[in-house]
Design a protein around this ligand. Structure first.
Ligand code: AMP
Ligand code: MG
Length: 314
């Protein structure tokens, strides 16, 4: 997936160390399995084969690829088309522009836009059919999240009582965080007492990565971040996001940073990309159970836009 990962598996005291090694191995295998199925950097992946397939021929797909595509198409609808895995022809056009250093012409954008349409794909029970030969999908915006979910389930199935799967800063945790329980100071009107620790997650300053803006304590959630600060290309002296706005066919003017909390990393990863296109106005489109923090920059200062359910900064 072009990045590094960090896996933590927590076991009851007295468990055999080999149980922990097995849990970590199982999680890593799941990440590699999902990458081998869905990466467009791997020619033999299922998704690369779907991309190479001619029109009107049903391509058989695994249940994994089908569920990631189904989720993508649901979020395409929910995000008013901002999250669009079928925008790969546009993504490739702008990626090539980043390499050649020349901004694409209006005619090139039109051709890529015509090939970048949700309607060019039809999902069947066991596979997918392309309606246009040049149509392509790119799961760069959500497959990593799916891999995180599968890795976490593998760890849980291997007997871990708690765990963390972090792939390049996108992550999901389950169970109490490592370390001793903590004294609850009776915030929010609760009686003070011992509460199991959460996992500590930092949100960094998009303008100064490494500088921590806020810290959250989470339990049984996924946290994914997207934004302009992490990845961009420079073409003809202008900075362009790696995220495409499928509605204009151009790189998203986007926001510096988006952090999404959801029950699954698949959902958090997808919405982080969607909100990078939509900006703060997209917060109202989020389904129940999904919360987000969008940071924008206005006259040199960062402005915080969050859903009511997004935890306040600690
Ligand atoms: P992320 O870093 O999770 O926001 O994902 C960015 C990646 O998602 C890009 O490198 C593309 O592969 C893909 N992508 C770009 N624009 C979009 C979009 N509008 N909808 C879905 N995926 C996208
Ligand atoms: Mg994403």
């Amino acid at each position: 997936m072009g990045t590094s990962c960090r896996l933590v598996a927590v076991f009851e005291p007295g468990s055999s160390p080999s149980a922990a090694v097995e849990a970590l191995d199982a999680a890593e295998s799941e990440l590699r399995r999902v990458e081998a199925l869905m990466s467009t950097w791997i020619d033999a992946s299922e998704i690369s084969q779907l991309n190479a397939a001619p029109a009107a021929v049903e391509m058989e797909l695994s249940g994994d690829s089908l569920s990631v595509l189904r989720s993508a198409f649901e979020i395409f609808e929910a995000s008013d088309g901002a999250f669009d895995v079928t925008a790969r022809p546009l993504m490739m056009l702008w990626r090539d522009a980043g390499e050649s250093g020349v901004i694409p012409s209006a005619a090139e954008i039109t051709v890529a836009r015509d090939a970048s349409r949700r309607l060019h794909f039809e999902l069947r029970e066991g596979g997918a059919i392309k309606r246009m030969g040049s149509a392509r999908v790119d799961l760069g915006g959500n497959a990593k999240g799916y891999g995180i979910d599968r890795a976490l389930e593998a760890m849980r199935a291997a007997g871990a009582t708690a765990g963390l799967v972090d792939v390049g800063g996108d992550l999901r945790v389950f169970g109490p965080g490592p370390g001793p329980d903590e004294r609850d100071e009776g915030r929010d009107g609760n009686a003070a007492g011992l509460v199991p620790r959460g996992w500590i997650v930092d949100v960094t300053d998009p303008r100064q990565p490494g500088r921590i803006l806020e810290t959250h304590r989470i339990r049984d959630r996924a946290v994914c971040t997207s934004g302009n600060y992490a990845r961009f290309t420079e073409i003809e002296g202008q900075r362009f996001s790696h995220i495409i706005d499928p509605r204009t066919g151009e790189p998203a003017v986007g926001v510096p940073s988006v952090t999404v909390l959801a029950n699954t990393a698949l959902v958090a990863d997808s919405w982080a990309t969607a909100l990078s296109v939509l900006g703060p106005s997209g917060l109202t489109l989020l389904p129940d159970g999904v919360d987000a923090l969008v940071l924008t920059e206005e006259r040199g200062s960062l402005v915080r836009h969050a859903t009511p359910g997004f935890p306040g900064a600690e």
